[in-house]
Design a protein around this ligand. Sequence first.
Ligand SMILES: CNc1ncnc2c1ncn2[C@@H]1O[C@H](COP(=O)(O)OP(=O)(O)OP(=O)(O)O)[C@@H](O)[C@H]1O
Length: 173
Amino acid sequence: MPSSDNNNIKSIVEFTLIFVRSDEGVLLGFKKRGFGVGKWNGFGGKIEKGETILQGAMRELKEESNLTVSSSNMIYVGYVRYDRVDSPQVDIVYIFTASEFSDSLEESEEMAPKWFKISEIPYEEMWGDSKYWLPIVLRKKGIFAEFLLSGERNMVKKNVEERDENNIPVYGE
Ligand SMILES: CNc1ncnc2c1ncn2[C@@H]1O[C@H](COP(=O)(O)OP(=O)(O)OP(=O)(O)O)[C@@H](O)[C@H]1O
């Protein structure tokens, strides 16, 4: 039976996000403009038409920090799904880590990069959901997380699952 309940029709927007690790800790960027301005986050952005998720993640890291990570050093750890009660847009954010990289760190027009010790990550100056799942990623575990948001960014519901390496979630499966 065809349905007139359009609340379940969602438009998916896919993003990438990478957390680069080194002896100095984890690399975050301070967002200087656009979505998330004034917050610290990993590096990433929208996946463009014609590129793979992996290519998108590598391109955004390069654009925003000048670092290069080869595809074999990109580690996919899972994804975070953001649904909204008041909008049909669902954001899927594919999360990567890497600890091998080349080229020098540079500030970009979008991001000011800085290394943080794990114990000094500024969760209060990041998106509010990060504190629920980033610690899991930094313990080298897989992640599946879903958040239901309303209004400006109130969290209505959350589900955060730590995953083993043989159970990393793939969106759409
Ligand atoms: C509720 N939903 C969300 N909550 C928290 N973080 C989210 C998110 N949805 C996307 N993200 C991340 O935020 C950055 C967007 O960056 P954003 O500047 O929009 O992307 P991109 O560089 O492609 O922008 P331009 O369109 O080129 O300006 C990028 O790291 C992406 O992973």
